[in-house]
Design a protein around this ligand. Structure first.
Ligand SMILES: [Zn+2]
Ligand SMILES: [Zn+2]
Length: 743
């Protein structure tokens, strides 16, 4: 009997068997999409294999495929095989993993989908209308500004409707009237509204430094020999890693092969993309979250067809259908945004190594502050290290870093604790020298907590076990940063109804207003999610680049690879916030953050200066960051991890439970932990169950237990027994393999 195994987009582990009718037998093939019945619905699935065999379900339950959607496989063989391995690695339903690789238009799984709807749609963008005069003479007298508009078109030549709108207030209706009379001709062209596709000029490749040359040669040598090797490109901030990626991509293209370049979500800016397009022309597809479904679909199709061979994007671009993949580059490989935290909880860096390996491609992981995971792979001989020890522009030295001990150094004028007198003086100096400063504080809002003056209760979110943050902009509101709950501060204390709440601590909003009061002539801008979500952040940075901003204050958004040449002062207002997170990676993350933000200072001709404010000046993450000693930090931190038995010296999996009812969530966590314990392979430790550090989130109580083992095999076997157990339907269980977020 001819059966097809089909991955359908449902949260169930396995693929499903369908019988294949004789009319479809010729056209069903691995990788093609099919329409198939599922319960009472019809869904789009992807065929994993077709073959003659005995059905694994009773004949009366076996359903037949409804239709074949694609004449050709929708996913290339290399990509499909990779996705199946991703599903296996993360113990995720294969149907859900495949969705990662299909754009929305290709995967529309609406109920009772018609075949027409399933087929790829037309690509649309913004409609641009160009108007020109025909030359014909009017047969009747024209009224209003119509004669003027025609005269203008004859004089100035064809104009877009938008341009006419600037001169003639009622251009749209005027043009419509004149078009009916045959006096103007309107051509309508759809253009993309993608900011990543603004025209750019081609650039001249710069001369490489000796270290860059050596790195490029090592990578292109492997490309030439089709040797699927993986590299860690370890280069200080501003050492020119991007140039190395560009050369490698270029070589891959010359060899007729494709490439994928992954960058952190926040670094995927039109500026970065313009650099790639300036070198590679229009041969790249940019995949970003702000893209419309249809634009994304167009990009996907051009990659799938091989018309475009390079994909640039954030983590999900790893699943781009690039043909004959020769190269995968991951910039800032240590960045947290490469881990997806819901659905399929994959890590794009780890999976990039897997995809490259399977495809016979070269993989390049780049960072100024490599993750311990990658350094450990170097030590195991699985990655080859390439180093760029100096900044590309030799005149720009690494900035001098000074530690400000907040326990000893008092606040400057104005009394704000986080604007210490030392930092205050440096800001004055930079302003006097007409140089720019960046202040980094990882807390948005005005004040991170509100405490009742009467009973001392901290205002908490009613849905989460999290303190509410005071936001002043847009009315005084107490806001939850996890679920976006907000209420007026005037409601007072939830416990004793007292009206006065004391503001405790400072966020970016308060610092911004403080700076405005202290330095009235300075131009101050803020960069955080509240003022500049998504593409707006680029506008703020553009103002900084133009020199219209003297002091930029913001959250992580200010720490990423923006090249802002006139910034000479960087202040880290409170290094302790990140250090105190209840997570074994807190020191590693703080160190990365400090080195990255310090790297913003003094990138051009001007020397930079960095002030790190802390109450723990002896903490290794701070001491090593002060000395720019990445190696030293990694050595010390690896030693600590080894002693504690944490990754990279062990493998972890977190099994999370959440439910509206606290007892239910706890009971299921305990029951499943017992199952795991009974089934556990030798060498697998079960830690917990325990409430999560954020015990309640979005009205759900959270518990978890952790599995730890030195080897992946036994850990995986134990997890499979957890996965097979049934879970109370009021409780959600999620397995996070190699978890990054321990909260
Ligand atoms: Zn109170
Ligand atoms: Zn909340």
């Amino acid at each position: 009997m001819l059966l097809a195994r089909v991955a359908v987009p449902v949260p169930l582990g396995q693929a499903f068997s369908y019988s294949v009718g004789p009319e479809l037998a010729e056209r069903v093939r691995r990788g093609a999409r099919v329409l198939c019945p599922f319960g009472r619905r019809r869904v789009l699935g992807v065929v994993l294999d077709v073959g003659d065999r005995e059905p694994d379900v009773p004949l009366e339950k076996l359903k037949a495929l409804t239709a074949v959607v694609d004449p050709e496989p929708v996913l290339p063989e290399e990509l499909l095989g990779f996705l199946q391995e991703v599903a296996r690695y993360y113990l995720c339903p294969v149907g859900e993993v495949i969705q990662l690789a299909l754009p929305a238009v290709e995967r529309s799984a609406a109920e009772n989908l018609s075949l027409e709807e399933a087929l790829p749609g037309k690509v649309v963008g913004r409609l641009v209308q160009t108007v020109k005069a025909t030359g014909l003479e009017p047969t009747e007298k024209l009224r209003g500004r119509a004669p003027e508009l025609i005269a203008y078109l004859r004089e100035a030549g064809p104009q877009t409707l938008a341009e006419l709108g600037e001169r003639f207030s009622s251009a749209r209706s005027l043009v419509a009237r004149l078009e009916k009379l045959g006096l103007v001709e309107v051509t309508r062209v759809e253009v993309s509204v993608d900011p990543y596709r603004e025209p750019v000029e081609r650039d001249q490749p710069p001369e490489l430094t000796p270290a860059q040359s050596a790195a490029v040669e090592a990578i292109t040598g492997c490309l030439d020999r089709r040797e699927p090797r993986s590299f860690l490109l370890d280069g200080v901030t501003a050492s020119g890693k991007t140039e190395v990626y560009l050369r490698a991509v270029q070589r891959s293209l010359e060899l007729g092969r494709g490439a994928i370049v992954l960058v952190p979500e926040i670094a995927l800016t039109p500026q970065l993309v313009a650099r790639f397009r300036a070198r590679l022309g229009e041969r790249i597809a940019v995949l970003h979250s702000a893209q419309s479904d249809r634009d994304r679909h167009a990009m996907w199709r051009s990659l799938r067809s091989g018309a475009v061979r390079v994909a640039v994007g954030a983590r999900s671009a790893l699943f781009a259908p690039v043909q004959d993949l020769g190269l995968v580059c991951i910039d800032e490989e240590h960045d947290g945004s490469f881990k997806q935290e819901d659905g399929v909880r994959y890590h794009a860096r780890d999976m990039a190594l897997l995809r490259a390996h399977r495809a016979g491609a070269v993989c390049v992981l780049g960072s100024a502050t490599p993750s311990l995971a990658s350094v450990s792979l170097v030590q195991q001989g699985k990655l080859e290290e390439l180093r760029l020890p100096a900044r590309a522009r030799s005149t720009s030295a690494l900035p001098e870093v000074e530690i400000v001990d907040l326990r000893r150094v008092g606040p400057g004028p104005g009394g704000e604790k986080l604007l210490s007198v030392a930092l205050y003086r440096e800001l004055e100096r930079a302003l006097a020298a007409r140089q720019q400063s960046i202040l980094f504080l990882n807390r948005r809002g005005f004040s991170p907590s509100l405490i009742c003056e009467e009973c001392g209760t901290i205002a908490e979110c009613p849905n989460c076990s999290v303190a509410l943050t005071l936001h002043r902009a847009g009315g005084e509101r107490a806001v939850c940063h996890y679920c976006d709950f907000s209420r007026s501060v005037r409601q007072g204390c939830a416990e004793c109804k007292n009206e006065r709440l004391i503001e405790e601590g400072s966020g970016t909003e308060r610092i911004e207003s403080m700076l405005g009061a202290e330095f009235p002539s300075a131009r101050i801008a803020r960069l955080d999610r509240d003022v500049a979500a998504g593409a707006k952040s680029e506008k703020v940075l553009e103002r900084v680049r133009r020199g219209d901003v003297d002091i930029l204050v913001g959250t992580q958004m200010v720490t990423k690879g923006h090249d802002l040449p006139n910034v000479t002062l960087v202040g880290v207002l409170n290094a302790d916030a990140a250090l105190s997170m209840p997570d074994f990676r807190a020191a590693e993350r703080s160190f990365h953050l400090l080195v990255q933000v310090a790297g913003r200072a003094g990138r051009a001709e001007l020397p930079g200066r960095v002030l790190i404010q802390t109450r723990q000046p002896e903490h290794p993450a701070i001491v090593f960051a002060q000395q720019h000693d990445v190696r030293g930090f990694i050595r010390a931190e690896l030693k600590a991890r080894e002693e504690l038995g944490y990754p990279p010296f062990s493998r972890l999996a977190l099994v999370r439970f959440d439910a509206v009812d606290e007892a239910r969530a706890r009971d299921e966590a305990e029951r499943l932990a017992r199952i795991a314990l009974r089934a556990s392979e030798p060498g697998v430790e079960i830690l917990g169950p325990a409430p999560a550090p954020i015990a309640r989130l979005r009205s759900r109580f959270r518990f978890r237990f952790l599995l730890r083992a030195r080897e992946r095999g036994p850990l995986r076997k134990t997890l499979l027994s957890v996965l097979r157990a049934s879970v109370n339907r009021h409780v959600r269980m999620a397995i996070d393999v190699d978890p990054m977020n321990m909260l």
